[in-house]
Design a protein around this ligand. Structure first.
Ligand code: CU
Length: 133
């Protein structure tokens, strides 16, 4: 017969939910006291010989906004068939001069921190920003 009543245990689900909420809290307070805040030393100090890259494709700089350390060598890969340049608006900051289609050029980021806007000298609607810091 179908006389057996359905046993519902909403409190079980509730208990599990509460446990799930408590566990992260516990582990959080655990690691907060014991975890040292110096896991960054080897990774960041190994960035002395930095390299960065800008790809030109479909008349666009990718990424259009790039952040590098002072003096970083930046490769510029022209994937278009048209020649382009990466030329800083600030005089003498950096300039690849003409990069023929399919070629790669390199320039050195300025030694001084700052935000440097640049453009393609041939197609001056092509613009990007190099941030040095
Ligand atoms: Cu161009």
């Amino acid at each position: 017969m179908l006389t057996r009543p359905r046993i519902r245990r909403p409190h079980v689900a509730l208990t599990i939910t509460l446990l799930c909420m408590l566990i992260p809290l516990v582990s959080c307070s655990d690691s907060g006291g014991s975890a040292p805040t110096s896991p960054s030393s080897p990774a960041t100090s190994a960035t002395a010989a930095q390299e960065a890259r800008i790809v030109i494709k479909d008349f666009r700089f990718e990424p259009a906004d790039l952040t590098v350390a002072p003096g970083t060598k930046v490769s510029v890969v022209n994937e278009d068939s048209t020649p382009h340049t990466v030329t800083a608006e600030a005089a003498n900051a950096f300039d690849t001069s003409t990069i023929e289609g399919g070629k790669t050029a390199t320039f050195t980021a300025p030694p001084t921190a700052g935000t440097y806007r640049y453009l393609c000298d041939i197609h001056q609607s092509m613009r990007g920003t190099l941030t040095v810091r």
